[in-house]
Design a binder for this molecule. Structure first.
Ligand code: CO8
Length: 259
């Protein structure tokens, strides 16, 4: 895969996307977001990649939407721009494969919102996260008002969004925004090791786990349990269920095929 604003690398069945615009701290402009969308469209269609890591080049993960581009937008342009980024981030969320954000530095505004659309967030201990939009006279526009409260609760999300403050990785982990905080030099190894472990597990059941959790948190418990029941039953139509359970019974290592 070749992109103007991203680097793409594959290690085993793990795809690694690096947003590569370090001079502006990987700020998101429409071209960068279009590349991210195209990368996820391609990843959704291939069986060669079963887990994705997204990170940033240089000292930032993503320092937000590009303020220079935004500064002269009319409301209609701003709406279209928000729509494009929201569509892209939703594709990340709906991708039937785990996506890990490896947050190597600033994850602000649109950068924090990009990380929120991922399934797992691992950060280096020097990362800074926040939603500074209010300091620019705007609300978050790439899903922050919706996803942040779902992840850390309304009270903390309101604090983040109303103050526009920058939070350390340690603070972000404490409120549940991050899964893990590691030393900067260990970030990619830790992310890759988690991703590789996931890539070796049954990918159909993995996608059902993601769907069940994501759909389940949007509905009442009984509806969520129905979703789980159906997806659980569907696992019994896969070869990997037969292999996983057969290997356990025969006391051997399972060889999963992703089918
Ligand atoms: N947009 C454009 N350029 C940026 C951005 C950005 N978000 N962030 C950094 N840059 C540029 C700087 O202007 C600078 O460029 P230059 O070298 O040409 O002067 C370069 O990157 C390096 O940045 P700094 O010199 O500022 O680096 P520091 O280490 O001193 O500071 C900070 C790092 C604290 C991250 C600082 O750059 C900063 O505050 N950046 C802006 C952070 C921010 O406010 N982000 C939120 C943006 S709003 C947003 O994301 C809304 C999303 C929804 C949009 C909906 C649209 C409709």
């Amino acid at each position: 895969m070749n992109f103007e604003n991203l680097l793409f690398e594959q290690k085993g069945k793990v795809g690694i996307i690096t947003i590569n615009n370090p001079k502006s701290l990987n700020a998101l402009n429409p071209r960068v977001v279009a590349d991210i969308e195209s990368a996820f469209d391609q990843i959704s269609k291939t069986d060669e990649i079963s887990v994705v890591i997204i990170t940033g080049a240089g000292k930032a993960f993503v320092a937000g939407a590009d303020i220079v581009t935004m500064s002269t937008m009319y409301p209609t342009e701003a709406r279209k721009w928000a729509e494009e980024a929201m569509r892209t981030f939703r594709k990340i969320e709906l991708l039937e494969k785990p996506v890990i954000a490896a947050i190597n530095g600033f994850a602000l505004g649109g950068g924090c919102e990009l990380a929120l659309a991922c399934d797992i967030r691992i950060a280096s201990d020097n990362a800074k996260l926040g939603q500074p939009e209010i300091t620019l006279g705007i609300t978050p526009g790439f899903g922050g008002t919706q996803r942040l409260p779902r992840v850390i609760g309304a009270a903390k999300a309101k604090e983040f969004i109303f103050t526009g403050g920058m939070y350390t990785a340690e603070e972000a982990e404490k409120v549940g925004l991050l899964n893990k905080v590691v030393k900067p030099e260990e970030l990619m190894d830790v992310a890759l090791s988690m991703a590789t472990r996931m890539s070796e597990l049954p990918s159909v059941a993995m996608s059902y786990c993601k769907t069940a959790i994501n759909r389940g948190i949007e509905v009442d418990l009984d509806t969520g349990l129905e979703i789980e029941k159906d997806l659980f039953a569907l696992c019994f139509a896969t070869e990997d269920q037969k292999e996983g359970m057969g290997a356990f019974v025969q006391k051997r290592k399972a060889e999963f095929k992703g089918k």
